[in-house]
Design a protein. Structure first.
Length: 521
């Protein structure tokens, strides 16, 4: 869980550091969404309504609306509608531009959508016309076939009735010829009654068939299908509503992409940001973390030498740097009130292309001078230079700054110097200290997130090859989410007891041992 929290904090810090980039991405997405709304015409919709016939049977609650919707969206209807347009459209394209729904059990709504208002209106009307024509043609075909069947049925019934009439007449004659009370007379009477019953049934069926023929199936499904609302004028969403929708969507999508790209980049970024990681890479503790004041011009560096005032937080951090670098033989001496302990000489090493780390040396020199320590800042000329800073420190400008107690340059005068700070910039791939003068201490000044573990290790090796060691590290502009101190190396931290946990108040080690002991008992 702690690793997850640390990861979330690291991601949050990464996004905070890139807040300007995220703001720029949001603005780009906002502009893209606005451009889309302005350049892409809005979709316009025209609507037509088709009325379905009332169900013929009383027990039928409604028409088969889903079937009618499917018929309206069939390939045959869409193809006929597309061919009636000018220019013509294929059925597949018409299908994408048309939507058919049933708002009521007897009403079909046909929506035609296009960026062209005239095309949307013509499309909706064409589909409605094609559907109604199809239903009516189909109904006429069904009616003609039904009438043919009814006429055939009527002819058959009439023929059967005529045949029964003949049989009834013959039976009646036989009955009259027989004796009234004889057995033959009674049989003929029974037969005559059955024939008349059959005749009555056939006559009833004939009447029904003739009624259907008389109506001509005029109440068929296709007869009542009609367009009750022709295609309306095509309308679309208001441009202001589209801007309110697409502009934020563009900004959100662009910001999400930027966040994903940043987190993916940071995940594969080998540069160190935590103070503990920086201390572990060098094997030396972090003395302090200071906000840097990098400059980009000669005038900027000159102004920093003359007017730099450390904030209370920076002042305390820089005091700690000077105090912790006092030589071992002087640390046991008693302190004097008003006197700041400091080494007599100090070398500040920074990496190339690390402007924030480079600014720590000049800031430390300017701060020391405010404490009454006569300080000389000497840039050491080597393979790597900072042109603007070196020019500001050159002898042809001034060997003494306007700030009392701060001397700049390597010219030796009659002034008595309490602290000499040497500025050294080394390469990242092949660091070399050159002819750096000997000093009481060496510190590495590096900004968070500017150097990899390999870069820092190469610097440590170069200092070791020069017969020296890095006495401490000053981290410029630490990560806001960094809760480490860097004051203890990895080996020192491994020997320290864990901190108490919040729930039990016991350290993780003690709690584990106790739990094991209790489980054994």
């Amino acid at each position: 869980m702690s690793s997850q929290i640390t990861g979330l904090r690291s991601h949050a810090a990464t996004l905070r550091r890139r807040k300007r980039l995220l703001a720029a991405a949001a603005l780009i997405g906002l502009a893209a969404g606005t451009a889309y709304v302005l350049e892409q015409p809005p979709p316009l919709t025209s609507t037509s309504l088709v009325l379905l016939p009332t169900p013929a049977l009383a027990e039928s609650s409604n028409s088969d609306v889903p079937t009618q919707v499917r018929i309206a969206m069939s390939a045959n209807i869409l193809d006929q509608a597309g061919k009636s347009l000018s220019p013509t459209l294929p059925a597949r394209k018409v299908e994408k531009m048309v939507k058919v729904t049933a708002p009521t059990p007897q009403l079909i709504q046909i929506d035609g959508t296009s960026t062209d208002a005239a095309q949307a209106k013509a499309l909706s009307q064409a589909v409605a016309d094609a559907y109604v024509a199809f239903v009516r043609d189909t109904a006429r075909e069904v009616t003609a076939a039904a009438l043919a069947d009814l006429n055939s049925r009527r002819d058959d019934l009439q023929a059967q009735i005529k045949q029964l009439q003949k049989e009834i007449a013959a039976t009646t004659r036989r009955q009259r010829a027989a004796e009234p009370d004889s057995r033959d007379a009674r049989e003929e009477a029974q037969l005559l009654a059955g024939l008349r019953t059959q005749q009555a049934n056939l006559a009833l069926q004939l009447d029904k068939v003739e009624d259907k023929i008389a109506t001509g199936l005029g109440t068929s499904a296709g007869t009542g299908t009609s367009i009750v609302q022709p295609a309306t004028e095509a309308i679309g969403p208001f441009i202001g509503l589209r801007l309110l929708l697409w502009a934020p969507i563009g900004a959100l999508a662009s910001t999400i992409l930027a966040v994903a790209a940043l987190l993916l980049t940071v995940r594969h970024d080998p540069r160190l940001r935590l103070r503990d990681d920086i201390a572990d890479a060098v094997g030396s503790p972090v003395l302090a973390a200071v906000r840097s004041r990098p400059q980009r011009s000669v005038a900027g560096w000159s102004t920093l030498f003359e007017r730099y005032q450390a904030t209370p937080v920076e002042s305390w951090a820089l005091r700690q740097v000077l105090r912790r670098l006092v030589p071992a033989d002087r640390k046991g001496r008693s302190r004097v009130a008003g006197v700041m302990d400091h080494p007599q000489s100090l070398t500040v090493v920074s990496l190339s292309a690390d402007g924030r780390g480079l600014a720590i040396g000049p800031q430390l020199a300017a701060f020391a001078s405010t404490l009454g320590i006569v300080t000389r800042l000497v840039p050491v000329v080597g393979h790597v230079r900072a042109p603007h800073l070196w020019a500001a420190c050159s002898s042809d400008r001034a060997s003494t700054s306007t700030r009392p107690g701060l001397l700049i340059g390597n010219e030796l005068g009659t002034e008595e110097v309490d602290l000499t700070i040497y500025l050294v910039i080394v390469e990242r791939i092949h660091p070399y200290l050159g002819d750096t003068p000997a000093s009481d201490a060496i510190i590495l000044s590096v900004a968070a997130g500017t150097a990899t573990e390999q870069d820092l290790a190469r610097v440590a090796v170069a200092v070791d090859d020069a017969g020296r060691r890095i006495d401490g590290i000053v981290v410029a502009d630490p990560d806001q989410a960094d809760r480490t101190s860097g004051r203890h190396t990895l080996d020192e931290r491994s020997r320290r007891l864990p901190l108490p946990v919040r729930v039990t108040g016991l350290s993780a080690v003690h709690g584990t041992r106790g739990g094991q002991h209790r489980s054994r008992s």
